[in-house]
Design a protein. Sequence first.
Lengths: 286, 591
Amino acid sequence: MNAPLLKADGLKVSYPVRGLGKKPIEIVHGVDFEVGRGETLGIVGESGSGKTTIGRAILGLAMVTGGSVRFDGRDISHLGARDRRDLSKGIQVVFQDPYSSLNPSLTIGATLAEPLIVQGWDKAKATRRVLDLLDRVGLPKNAAARLPREFSGGQRQRIAIARALAPSPRLIVCDEPVSALDLSTQATVMDLLIDIQREQGVAYLFVSHDLAVVRHISHRTAVVYRGDIVEQGSTRQVTEQAEHPYTQRLLLAAPVADPLRQEKRRADRERLRAAQREADLQAAGF
Amino acid sequence: MSAPTTVTAEVEEKRRGTVARLIRDPQAVVTGSILLLMVLAGLFANVIAQHGPNEASLSAALAPVGTPGYPLGGDQSGRDILARLLHSINTAVVSALIGASVAALVGTVSGLIGGYFLKLRGVTEWVFTLIMTFPGMLLLILLMPVTKGDYRFTMLIFGVLLSPGIYRIVRNMTIGVSNELYVDAAKVSGVTNPRILFRHVLSVVRGPIVISTAFLCGTSISTQSGLAFLGVGSKEIPSFGAMISEGFKNIHLAPAQYLWPSLALGLMNACIVLFGNSLRDILQGAQPKPQKIAVAHVAQGFEALDIDTGKASLLSVRDLGIAYRSPAGDLNEVVRGVSLNLKAGETLGLVGESGSGKTQTAFGVLGVLPNEALVTRGSVRIDGKEILGLPEADLINVRGSQIAYVPQEPMSNLDPVYTVGKQLIEGIMASTGVKRAAAKERALELLDRVGIPDPAKTFKSYPHEISGGMAQRVLIAGAVAAAPRILIADEPTTALDVTVQADILDLLRDLQREMGMAIVLVTHNFGVVADICDRIAVMKQGEIVEQGTTVDVFADPQHDYTKMLLNSILDEDTVRSDAPVLVEAAGGEVR
């Protein structure tokens, strides 16, 4: 058995609090997961659950305070600045907000070339690569000379994907990449991500609050609740035979876009809630 | 979305450089030209004036204006006033350049460092707070023995004293930019910190630095003149301050002597300030301003559509048009002839993608719109009574009691300064006209009704102490306080977690059953529509393309756009099933 591409063991992540002697606040309380080569692991959770923080820890943007993260067998949880910069060839990111993830004053070409230039590519070669990348994500070549504000949300997200692809990484952390997009745009951006994965074998750590999106793109899924992974497994298993009460609640709370099925789901949710309340009361000793 | 973006005229306009836009601003052109002329006059001082600034001739002492060779007369020591005036301009320009550029350089570099590197911020804060405590003018006078009276050295120190102003601006903006996702993305891309600071941060803070530096030029000139007026520093250097001081002494003998340097100093400083203002308007004017919502303006000559509604429904919208004025002055309709009907107790889903005009339509029905918007045509009637064109005083009676609103972002719709209870009471008193004590009782009842576990505690809480879901319950409580007949909910659950969303939808459903109100629900989420709406209206580019009962539209959509939207919904039953592609591991083995 080959080692997984990314492996987190008892990963704990904290945010520092300003002020002398204040203890950092722990957001993620020790999670274990793996991402295989060419695979998508979906991380589902609600706001404040710590799902985004897990992604940021892997990117080196949040402080790992316990456990370890291994990328390709190498511990990356406490890398120095230089090693972290080298790792950018291996791990990349696509953020949620297509508006603040692109510098408004740089042209698309400059934004896309930056990761290549800092790795020592010469200008002509980087320019050729930028044009290829634009083509790959379905944008016209003349986009390179334009500024982010001339593009719609969906197009900006394509640009962000192109930037992530630039150094040919093996893992892309996708933090809610389609949550800010319109429905029809959402579908095309997801298809683009899946196509790229099939073609280049890049792995995704796909963070989202939207079960439907996660179901669509993830081979395996982990459910995060209050800083812990409460359930993980194949996506089908997690979304169809959920075992943890929170996962069950989450699944039934998501409305289905069909009035008749939704009516049934609402009734199921009502029943589950009553049952869980009963169980809670019994557990509390009543 | 691969449709080519049209590069609009507005974008072209923004793309044009700062200089090009300055040239089109009359204020900048006039003040800039005056400054330029003054600087040129200073540079050619030796050509324009026939004497040197310190060349004294007894015969010219206190010579009147118009004396040959002395166009502005001579001063007490017989020096050419024109020559001294022109050389004073040079002194002022050099003071401005030294003072402002030292301040800009020191402030910018420290601001970038203090803003970006959290660990160094403590040090820079301490240093600049210390600098700010120095009494500037006094310190400059005290340091005269060190500066040997050289005004350039004095201005260098003054630049350091001015730098905290720039430091604070740069530090604050840098902190803001450091939190932007594109800075995170650059870090992940392996960009080094100096490069991030230079490329990503400096490009954003550049504008404000330029503006502040322009104003600091004025401050430097005034300070240098002030010191010279007090007689501090070298007497050899001609400057406005020294000239005013001398003119002052001779004010009874030759009043005009005092006039010239004062005029020149005044003109120069006024031009710098006005030019700085133009610069600020141009560099910062492009930033979007927050939209103000006010009573809907109607287009000139607007007359509400007079229609016989027949069996008067509760809410009837006919042929509603809402437009915005383009920069060229044309009206651009974003809502184009929308017609809707709503019966009591019914829920209508207004569905569309961003930019479809669904929120504008909802605002139009409420009788409020952003200030720039105009109602161009149509009619909105509640119980047969026309809303459009009604004065604010009459609309107040309609809002709250007849029609109420639940917004998308619960947190930004609560005032952080007041407790939840205070805000609820305010609304209840306004919409129902009851006294304070009764309003408080009603508020607690309502909080309990909307499912808040401990109403008394939430009542006393500030908005930041409650969760987003709780905040939305509070806003719903406020909206239904006066038992309105119509509730307009604009994406009421979009900002909430899915489990909270389900609870809020349940609450809306229960309240509707209890109070019999009609709901217009603006949303882009078809799951929400399927959950709560009886009827649905699909909007695209300001028009309703399809309307019908929810069950019918889902089962048998008629319009292509509706079909496309429904097809874009990610099917719940399909789970990703293809296995990950085989990728060679680093060691060359295939997994």
